[in-house]
Design a protein around this ligand. Structure first.
Ligand SMILES: [Zn+2]
Length: 82
């Protein structure tokens, strides 16, 4: 019901739409200690963006989701924003 809902969808866009972890020179393993990278996959509220929006393949989106959960458990990331 908030008019702000979905607004951030418009300005968040990762160009090429390909899975960054499937790229040739990219690390094929998602590092849960790499908090800066993981945060790029998350909204300011601490929610993981959906796969279509990130352009990741299913395999790596799962890996990212696991990495985020692990990082949260280790208090490297927040469970929710603020
Ligand atoms: Zn991939």
């Amino acid at each position: 019901m908030s008019s702000d809902f979905g607004k951030d969808k418009q300005d968040f866009h990762i160009g090429n739409g390909r899975c960054r972890y499937c790229a040739k020179d990219a690390p094929s393993v998602v590092d849960y200690k790499d908090v800066n990278t993981l945060q790029k996959f998350m909204s300011p509220q601490g929610k993981l963006f959906d796969r279509k929006r990130l352009g990741n393949c299913a395999k790596h989106q799962r890996a990212i989701s696991r990495a985020v959960k692990r990082a949260r458990f280790l208090a490297l990331l927040r469970y929710s924003g603020r």
